[in-house]
Design a protein around this ligand. Structure first.
Ligand SMILES: Cc1cc2nc3c(=O)[nH]c(=O)nc-3n(C[C@H](O)[C@H](O)[C@H](O)COP(=O)(O)OP(=O)(O)OC[C@H]3O[C@@H](n4cnc5c(N)ncnc54)[C@H](O)[C@@H]3O)c2cc1C
Length: 367
């Protein structure tokens, strides 16, 4: 490729989906530090689409993404979603949290404690004061989604460079010079899709950070409890987000739903945090919790208002933020990639002005 029009930094779902959309009309180079795409947050997610998850802006982005996840033209030959459902259960002290979640939500159904236990028979009925289910929540095939977008980048003439950490960024002659250990690229636009490292990349470019905070979230796999067919169970979560559990390829994924702020790094689970989370889970169920067969952690990176930061940085030229996707980055990727392409290339804007305003990356900076 001769000089690209746009360089995307970060090969997680945000960067890869954006690169695919941008490559429709621009020469795109996607640069990823790790030898493989999706190595960090994207490859460690719980892989679920929950329409009502997040604040109003996120709920709008979830709705905008749903059609692409359902009918992923060009990305995959079939839906990236499959039925799961999400059930929230509340003890007496958690009913306010459950009602908070239900406010402004769509498609929820109320359940009695007995109905909740009928769906997930290991739950302790006497601890359930209230329950709701979002039947429309779906599993996402994240790997197929990521590989599908990566293939689109290739098919549209884009170039992907893996195992190449960006170490320098400067703007000269109306272009960003992007340096890795082995090469230098130059383009008028840079997209910062570096996940937990988004502020690090901004600082490299001499820009003020916006406060993207990586928060560790852990998960373990347990063997399926003896005597239960778990595959059709919905994801079930404590209403105050102290734990959640969902079937995962024949085993039970349990997360302590931790949210500990950390420096950007290759995350691993903290044993104590996992043990405390498993204890909270164990109090809600009738089965003994067995030793995890596998555990991992990833970084969910949040801005101060828990809404992504998407748009050009007004303090310079050609620096685009695509960061702060928090716990929603897989399910909102199609919408955010389209918004990125619309803002960079003048494509038709898929989101209304109030959503674009809410995503403005400089909203945290004191003027
Ligand atoms: C346990 C867990 C459960 C989750 N569950 C869900 C869920 O069910 N549904 C959902 O929608 N979301 C979920 N998430 C959140 C979701 O995984 C993230 O929001 C999403 O993956 C963020 O994508 P990203 O591309 O921004 O970040 P990442 O996937 O982290 O990608 C950023 C990439 O940038 C690269 N990079 C950084 N610095 C540089 C540099 N200098 N040069 C080159 N490359 C660089 C990194 O190597 C990395 O690969 C979950 C997250 C976790 C941890």
């Amino acid at each position: 490729m001769t000089q690209p029009d746009i360089i995307v930094i970060g090969g997680g779902i945000a960067g890869v989906s954006a690169a695919a959309m941008l490559a429709c009309d621009a020469r795109v180079v996607l640069i990823e530090a790790e030898p493989q795409l999706g190595y960090h947050a994207t490859g460690r997610s719980a892989a679920i689409f929950i329409r009502n998850y997040g604040n109003d802006v996120l709920r709008a982005l979830n709705a905008l993404s749903a059609p692409t996840l359902q009918a992923p033209d060009g990305i995959s030959d079939r839906s990236l979603l499959s039925p799961r459902g999400e059930m929230l259960i509340a003890s007496e002290s958690e009913t306010a949290a459950l009602e908070d979640y239900a406010k402004g939500a769509t498609g929820l159904e109320r359940l009695t404690a007995a109905q909740a236990v009928a769906l997930v028979p290991i739950l302790r009925q006497e601890r359930i004061a209230a329950a709701i289910i979002e039947p429309d929540a779906q599993d996402i095939d994240v790997d197929r989604m990521l590989q599908g977008y990566a293939r689109l980048v290739r098919e549209r003439g884009g170039q992907t460079v893996k195992g190449a950490a960006v170490t320098g960024l400067s703007r000269t002659n109306d272009c960003w010079q992007v340096t890795t250990a082995t090469s230098t690229w130059s383009a008028p636009i840079v997209v910062n899709a570096a996940g937990a490292w988004a502020d690090t990349v901004a600082r490299m470019a001499g820009l003020a950070p916006i406060g993207v905070t990586p928060m560790r979230r852990s998960a373990v796999l347990l063997n399926a409890p003896d005597g239960y067919q778990i595959d059709a169970w919905p994801l079930v979560a404590g209403a105050s987000e102290g734990w959640y559990a969902k079937p995962d390829a024949g085993r039970l994924l349990v997360s302590p739903a931790d949210e500990d702020p950390v420096e950007p790094h290759d995350a691993w689970p903290d044993d104590l945090v996992v043990a405390e989370g498993l204890h909270r889970f164990e109090q809600a169920v009738t089965i003994p919790v067995t030793r995890p067969t596998h555990s991992w952690a990833g970084l969910r990176s949040f801005t101060a208002d828990r809404t992504p930061a998407v748009g050009f940085d007004p303090s310079t030229t050609g620096f685009f933020w695509l960061a702060g996707q928090g716990g929603y980055g897989v399910q909102t990727a199609p919408a955010l990639a389209s918004i990125c392409a619309a803002l960079c290339l003048g494509h038709q804007m898929p989101a209304p002005p109030n959503i674009l305003d809410a995503l403005k990356p400089d909203r945290f900076r004191v003027t």
